[in-house]
Design a protein around this ligand. Structure first.
Ligand SMILES: C[S@@+](CC[C@H](N)C(=O)[O-])C[C@H]1O[C@@H](n2cnc3c(N)ncnc32)[C@H](O)[C@@H]1O
Length: 227
């Protein structure tokens, strides 16, 4: 199993600038380089149509900040991101994208994470985590889901895209998005989210998923009793 350091180094210049390759280094037919993908704009438009533009937004695993920039273009005033890749942070699409320097998702919200503002862990009203959890080993993905829940405001929404092990990849690629297939099924992730107080909001998920057949995207929230 790759160490956290090795995994961090894996997200290098090639990862972000070459045509996409699968885990065995084979080119994925039709895959685009990240910066050419129409996915980010579609994502920003879809989530702001469903969740509005108010409040604080955090894009976790935001790469060079494409979606953060599109969220701002859609009218979100308070949007930022975090990333594990030093290369992506150094090559951001514009200034002021990142909250902190390099940040590991599975450390977010923890006691010694570097995301504390005035001594308190910050909570965001809207969190996006778009095709990131599939890169984490299941043990880190479990910690990351806890961190996502800790970082979300009590009545906030989390928009998460995961290409689960039981997902049909063609559906994702058709939308210009791609990502590593996770080692776990959709049921596993839903169970982990539920354990951390987050459940799928079916209506909002449908509103995002249906127009583009994005069935790897879920909108999650904390049910009233769990706030
Ligand atoms: C397929 S890219 C998705 C990027 C972006 N979210 C998007 O929608 O295109 C996966 C991203 O997750 C980041 N990443 C992977 N593991 C991470 C972790 N533990 N903490 C934070 N970011 C991570 C990678 O550096 C990369 O930018």
């Amino acid at each position: 199993m790759a160490s956290a350091k090795e995994r961090q180094e894996w997200f290098d210049q090639d990862f972000f600038t070459q045509g996409r390759k699968d885990e065995r280094g084979r080119s994925i037919k039709g895959a685009k380089r990240d910066q050419d993908s129409p996915h980010y704009k579609f994502m920003a438009i879809a989530v702001t149509q469903v969740l509005g533009t108010e409040g604080s937004w955090l894009d976790i695993g935001c790469g060079m900040g494409w979606t953060v920039q599109h969220l701002r273009d859609c009218g979100v005033k308070n949007a930022e991101g975090v990333e594990i890749s030093q290369w992506a942070v150094d090559n951001a699409v514009c200034e002021g994208i990142y909250h902190g320097d390099v940040v590991r998702l599975h450390r977010l919200g923890h006691e010694n994470a570097n995301l504390k503002v005035s001594g308190e862990s910050k909570r965001w009203d809207r969190i996006l985590c778009d095709r990131v959890l599939g890169y984490l080993e299941p043990i880190d993905a479990g910690k990351a889901i806890k961190a996502l829940s800790l970082s979300l405001a009590p009545d906030g929404y989390l928009v998460c895209a995961i290409i689960c092990s039981d997902h049909k990849s063609e559906e994702v690629r058709r939308n210009g998005a791609w990502g590593r297939k996770s080692l776990r099924s959709k049921e596993w992730y839903v169970g982990k989210f539920r354990k951390n107080g987050l459940v799928v909001d079916e209506e909002k998920t449908r509103a995002i998923v249906e127009p583009r057949s994005w069935d790897c995207v879920w909108v999650l929230w904390r049910e009233e009793g769990a706030r």
